[in-house]
Design a protein around this ligand. Structure first.
Ligand code: F6P
Length: 526
């Protein structure tokens, strides 16, 4: 029997508030700190590890978090989700993104079909299509091979797939699996589409129109923009464009497209990288085998997330430590800091994943809640961030919990030894230094140079970033966000907060405004 209770109704949450907080700076200094690094670590899938030695937790706090996980029935709620319960209460939908990469529980039937079979069928259709494009069997009007693929989409139909493409681009070039360049058009700003169209060979480009709803204004505008450009080159848009959408959307089964691949309403945009939304562009860019390996990594991490023991479940643990930092320690934000250039857009993807999912003020039944929920998420790859906003992270008045990601090896493996160390060693040295600097600080009589420390961080470490480790990394964060939503008793799978702005923008374009909106319209010359 599942109890969907608010966080402040749980006795384990009240108990958690009474546990003595850890003095992180003290705990991380000297041999005690060294011991913590070996102790507070848990294996993730695909050889990754989640190390939380530099988080402000000890055995007592972890014990209290384990009780909270149990009372909030996190493992049971995940089970409900993957067995096909209507967990998206706002939209009255099932939540099935895990099913795109594996079968965690019972077969799930919806709309008269077995959903796992449906997702596999779409993956097979995409693989077949991609193989034909690579072989030149599907080609442009002159029978020439397509060399570039361009995804048109926004939000979840852009950020995840774009971040995943960038994460694997150099890996694929290095390993000989690279098949096609990919570009992305998302913003309705005409400079976005113009710049992308100006940088590609349009006659040899295949466009993927990605919109689950098939109604997103930005995406449909960019589709028309691209169709116009194709026509101006004397090309037939329908021979250069495929669609990824839900079967019930207005753009499904349209003659505007060479082919169409489907996902469905049970996969939220921000959770759609492992569906056809990511599958089409990644299979075309790197080949279906690479996409399949990415799915395997995500499936392996999902499996780990079913573990009931908090200390063996990295996503649940990461989620609970985040709740402790947000609700007990009162920290308002979290920074995502990958020490990997390939993950340059991963923080942007996590901004949507986390903030669109957990930026909620009512519980899953639509009732107000009396505690804070999702933190503000931001980030940049290291070491660039160090020379930008780390000043505030080290000495600012707010404490910002940090989530580092680092790999022992670079992707391209082209490196130079300068002054006794390689660039990769310098990168890794910096992340190690930052973790300890944030945690331990450094006293100085000159307060301007004083570092208080006590600033918590965790790090996910792997040997290298490849399709499997990337899949595991993605699933870790998806599952972390889901578990946090369960703890806060909110619905992490709808996004009503984006609607009002869309409605008002339509009113502005239709010149149906009043008051301040009319004045802003005039200021912007609309
Ligand atoms: O794929 P669609 O339906 O075009 O939606 C794009 C994005 O728009 C949103 O609905 C927010 O406006 C996101 O949740 C979604 O990822």
């Amino acid at each position: 029997m599942i109890n969907w209770k608010n966080l402040n109704e749980l006795s384990s949450y009240q108990e958690l508030g009474k546990v003595k907080p850890l003095d992180l700076a003290e705990a991380m200094t000297g041999q005690k700190g060294a011991d913590r690094v070996g102790k507070y670590t848990v294996d993730m899938a695909e050889g990754l590890t989640y190390n939380y030695a530099a988080k402000a937790v000890d055995d007592d706090i972890l014990g209290a978090l384990a009780k909270l996980a149990e009372e909030a029935q996190l493992a049971e709620k995940f089970e409900e989700l993957y067995n096909g319960a209507v967990v998206n209460t706002g939209e009255k939908r099932l939540v099935l993104h895990q099913l795109t990469r594996g079968q965690l529980g019972n077969a799930v039937e919806a709309d008269g079909t077995d959903k796992r079979s449906f997702y596999i069928e779409q993956q097979k259709r995409i693989a077949d299509f991609a193989n034909k494009v690579h072989a030149g069997e599907i080609a442009n009007a002159k029978g020439e091979k397509f060399t570039t693929v361009v995804q048109i989409g926004i939000g979840g139909s852009d950020l995840g797939p774009r971040a995943m493409y960038l994460a694997l681009e150099n890996w694929a070039k290095k390993t000989g699996t690279f098949k096609m360049n990919a570009a992305f058009i998302s913003n309705v700003d005409p400079d976005d589409a113009s710049a992308v169209l100006g940088s590609i060979d349009v006659a040899h480009s295949l466009f993927i129109l990605v919109s689950k709803s098939g109604t997103t204004l930005e995406t449909l505008t960019n589709q028309a923009f691209v169709m116009d450009a194709l026509k101006k080159e004397g090309l037939d848009p329908a021979k250069h464009m495929i669609a990824v959408t839900s079967e019930t959307s207005p753009i499904a089964h349209s003659a505007d497209f060479l082919d169409a691949f489907y996902m469905d309403d049970y996969i939220g945009g921000r959770y759609s990288s492992t569906s056809a939304v990511g599958g089409a562009v990644l299979s075309l860019a790197f080949g279906p085998e690479v996409f399949a390996a990415f799915l395997d990594g995500a499936a392996a991490e999902d499996k780990l997330s079913t573990e009931k023991d908090l200390l063996k479940n990295p996503a649940m643990l990461d989620a609970l430590i985040g709740v402790y930092e947000r609700n007990i320690l009162g920290f308002p934000s979290t920074a995502i800091l990958p020490y990997s250039q390939a993950l340059s857009r991963f923080p942007a993807h996590l901004q949507q994943l986390d903030m669109e999912s957990n930026g909620k003020s009512v519980n899953r039944f639509g009732e107000p809640i009396g505690y804070v929920t999702g933190p503000i998420i931001f980030g940049e790859p290291g070491t660039n961030g160090q020379h930008s906003f780390y000043q505030l992270l080290h000495q600012g008045t707010d404490i910002v919990p940090l989530q580092f990601v680092g790999f022992r090896k670079s992707q391209i493996q082209n490196d130079v030894d300068i002054q006794g160390s390689t660039s990769q060693q310098k990168l890794c040295a910096n992340v190690a230094a930052q973790i300890v600097a944030f945690a331990c600080g450094k006293e100085n009589a000159d307060l301007n140079k004083n570092f208080k420390g006590g600033r918590p961080s965790s790090i996910i470490i792997g040997d290298d970033l490849n399709p499997k480790t990337l899949g595991a990394l993605l699933a870790h964060f998806e599952n972390k966000v889901m578990f946090q939503g369960f703890v806060w008793n909110i619905n992490s799978f709808d996004q009503e907060g984006v609607q009002l702005g869309k409605t008002l923008a339509k009113a502005v374009l239709a010149h149906e405004t009043e008051g301040a909106l009319t004045e802003y319209s005039k200021l912007l010359n609309i």
